[in-house]
Design a protein around this ligand. Sequence first.
Ligand code: NI
Length: 253
Amino acid sequence: MLFDTHAHMDDHAFDVDRDELLSSLPGQGIALLMNPGCSLESSRNASQLSQRYDYIYAAVGSHPDAADEVNEEVLEQYRELCKQNPKIKAIGEIGLDYHYEDIPRDIQKKAFRAQMALAAELDLPVIVHERDAHEDGMAIVREFPNVKGVFHCYSGSAEMAKQLVDMGWYIGFTGVLTFKNARKALEVASSIPLDRLVLETDCPYMAPEPFRGKRNDPGKLYRMAEKLAELRGLTVEEIHAITVENGRRLYRI
Ligand code: NI
C-alpha cells in the first residue's frame, strides 16, 4: 500500500471521472492521499474531498501562482477551515516559484511568510513548493525554526536536501525519478536518510515513465516506489512500508 503525499484531485483535469477514480484508488493500492490546496477555492474543494473519502486528507494554502490573493481575510478563511475539519493536516502548498514569475517576487515572499506564520500559529506542518528560488526559499524557512514540513517535487541540490533533513524536514519525489535526465533527483533520492523520503504524484502533472506527458493519477505512484527500491537496494514492499510511515509522521496521521 502507498501514500500519495501530494495529489491535486480537485484539479479540473479530474472533472470527467473524479468520483470513479477516487473510488477505485484503494483497490489500486493507495492507502492514504494528501490533497493540498492551491488557492482559497481549491483549498475548500480539497477539504470537501477529505470529508467524502476516508483515505483522503487535505491541506489549505495559496500556491505561489496565487500569492496575490493572500490577505488577512483569506488567512482567516484558512483558520476557519482548519477549525471545522480535523482532516486538514497541513498548510500548503505554499512557497516561491521564480521560474515564470507571473507574480512579483516580493508578493510571493510576503504570502509565503504569512502562511509560514499561520502554520506556526496552528502548529501544522507545511507543504512547500519551491522552484528556481532555492536561496530565498531556504532563507524564509530558516526564519521559522518551529515550522517543519516537506519540500515537494524536490528540485534542489543534495547539499540543500541535507540541510533540510538536518532541520527536520522531508523531501518529496515525483515521477521525475523515472525520467532519463533525472540525475539530480536520483542523487538526492539515493543519498538522504530513508526516514525522510516521501513519494507523491503531484497529479495531474509529472506523470512517471512510461506515462510521461499523459494525465497523471495516484494509480501510477507504484512506478516511483519501484524506482526508489532499485536505487536503495530494497524490495518494493519495504519502500511501500517506509514511505507510508514517513508520510504519516510528516502529516501526523
Ligand atoms: Ni502541487
